[in-house]
Ligand binder design. Sequence first.
Ligand SMILES: [Zn+2]
Ligand SMILES: [Zn+2]
Length: 254
Amino acid sequence: MPEINGFWEADFGNPYVLINVTLIFFLVIFARYILFSGMYHYLIYHTFKTVFQHKFLHKKVPSHGQFRKEIKWAFIGSAIFAISGAAMIYFWYTGKTMIYIDILEYSWWYVPMSIFAYLLIHETYYYWLHRWMHRPGVYHKIHKVHHDSVETTAFTSFSFHPAESFLQSAIIPLLTFIIPVHWMVLLALLMLMTLSAIVNHAGVEVFPEKGFLQKNIIGASHHDVHHKLFRYNFGLYFTFWDKWMGTEKPDGIK
Ligand SMILES: [Zn+2]
Ligand SMILES: [Zn+2]
C-alpha cells in the first residue's frame, strides 16, 4: 500500500508537517462526526421511523438551536482531538510510544488482549472522570455544556466543553506510552468511541430489550437516563462500574 508507506515515511519532526497533520485530522474528525451523526439521525428519525417508533426515548425532536449549539462545541472538540492525535503521531515518530506497525512484532493473540486492556482502562478512566465532573464546582465549569442537551440526539455525541474534550482526548494517546498497540487497533478503538457515542445519544434504543447486551453494554436507554436524571449511569461502554459503585439506576425509579 504505497500511500500508507508514504504516510509512515513523512517527516513528523517537521513543524509544518505536524500542522498539516493536525489540519487533516481536524477535517477527518469533524467530517466523520457530521457524516455519521447525520446519517444515523436521518435513518432513525426518517427512513426507519416506523420501525423504531416504539423505541424512541423522547417525545419530540430537539430544537434547531440545540443542534446548532452541539455542532459548534463539536467543531471546537474536533480541533482538540486533532491536536491530541497529532501529538500522538509526533511521539510515535520520535520513538516514545509503543504503537507498532508490523502485526507480527507481537503475536496475533496479543491483538484481542490489547483491545481488551484499552477498553477496560478507558472505561475506568471515563467512569471516574465522569463522577468527578459531576462534583458541584466542576460540573458548572466543565460538564454542564454536555448536559445542556437533555433530549439528546446523535449530534450530542461530541458536544463537550473544550476542557472535557481535552480530558477525553488525552487518555488513548497516553496509553500508547505504556501499552503496545497496533495502529489498526488504535484506529478501530477511535472508531468504536465515535460510533458508540452516536448510538448512545441518538435517543432510540436499538439493542434487544432486557437481553445480555442491554444489561452489560451501555446503549441509548442507559445513557438517556444519565441525561434526564443526572445521578445515575456514568459509564462509557460497560455497566460494571455503575453496578459495583451502586450508581446504576434502580428499576423502580423514573
Ligand atoms: Zn454527566
Ligand atoms: Zn452524554
